[in-house]
Design a protein around this ligand. Structure first.
Ligand SMILES: [Zn+2]
Length: 330
């Protein structure tokens, strides 16, 4: 699947697209070259990481204004030692003073550690820890397997996501946490669960469970949550199974992919004046014609399009000025 906001119809969530590509991400805490060599092939969240990532070479001229911002933020392996703040928009911004979600908690485990993407605004870290604590009791969900959050300083990524730049987005696997600690190798190699049927028109009943709805509903009811992104087939199942209590469905937005994980997006934290919220999602449960659109032939089986001219990558000039400070901070 191409990462092209232009594929999205008006009013959908193109800028939020969260496609994950198979490229190893920076490893944590190495003293020398701490960034990894990116591979070329695109793939998805369920794709494997590696225990033996190779370092990315340093940039020859990082101050060249034409340097893609993702090449700069993709090489940042530690957070900016500044007061915590999300700056800019979800697909055009960065985060100062990010914190790491610890890789293990009683009811969560971070996956694909080689990506070094378990960073976020402290509000996101606190939110995920509370969510993980509540999930067993409130949703019957044993614990969270946490996928990508943000890079240590947020910003655009060399691979995968258009958003996840502010430290306010997190991907949660649709696989419940097993009742044991996963090994490092398992965290790189284990696959998430695809809950969508091969024809992409509905969930796969052999793996979809009532707890999936309970977990997503629980997340959506949290007032800090701005949106949740799921595959259209998942939204269809949620619409069918929600019963009469439907208010929480408003924030659950259909999007390409997101059949192995769902994506939580928090609102801008109060007081972060440079953080730009999205407009709220349209009112209503989003279960009518808006959802039907996703199951039309044009969307499920799009005609191949001639390759267009690739858009030049965003440079630092395309980000808020404060993101330069974030990038340069110690
Ligand atoms: Zn995501």
């Amino acid at each position: 699947m191409a990462e092209a906001a232009g594929q999205f119809p008006p009013g959908t969530e193109g800028a939020s697209l969260c496609i994950m590509l198979l490229r190893p991400m920076p490893i944590r805490c190495t003293a020398v070259l701490t960034v990894l060599l990116a591979l070329a092939a695109p793939a998805f969240a369920q794709d494997r990481g590696t225990l033996n990532p190779k370092p990315l070479p340093p940039l020859a001229n990082p101050d060249d204004p034409s340097t893609p911002a993702k090449a700069l933020f993709g090489r940042a392996t530690t957070p900016a030692a500044l007061p915590s703040q999300s700056i800019g928009g979800y697909a055009r911004g960065c985060v100062a003073g990010a914190e790491a979600l610890p890789i293990d908690g009683d009811t969560w485990q971070v996956m694909r550690l080689s990506r070094n993407r378990n960073w976020g605004h402290p509000r996101l870290v606190a939110f995920l820890e509370k969510l993980a604590a509540d999930a067993p009791r409130k949703a019957g969900w044993a614990g969270l397997l946490v996928g990508d959050m943000s890079q240590p300083r947020g910003g655009p990524m060399l691979t995968g996501h258009a958003s996840h730049q502010l430290g306010l987005d997190a991907d949660i696997w649709l696989t419940p946490m097993p009742d044991r600690r996963l090994s490092r190798a398992e965290r790189e190699e284990m696959s998430a669960t695809n809950v969508v049927r091969p024809d992409r028109r509905d969930i796969d009943p052999s793996v979809w469970r009532p707890e999936h709805l309970r977990l997503i509903r629980m997340v959506s009811r949290e007032h800090e949550v701005a949106r949740i992104f799921v595959n259209p087939a998942i939204k269809r199942a949620l619409c069918r199974e929600a019963g009469s209590d439907r208010g929480w469905l408003t924030k659950v937005r259909p999007i390409y992919g997101h059949n192995y994980h769902f994506h939580i997006r928090l609102e801008c934290p109060a007081g972060d004046a440079a953080c730009h919220d999205q407009d709220p999602p349209p009112s209503g449960d989003g279960c009518g014609s808006e959802l039907d659109y996703w199951f039309t032939d044009a969307i499920l089986n799009p005609k191949p399009r001639p390759p267009g001219k690739p858009r030049p990558p965003m440079t630092l000039a395309g980000l808020p000025d404060a993101c330069r400070t974030v990038l340069k901070a110690r």
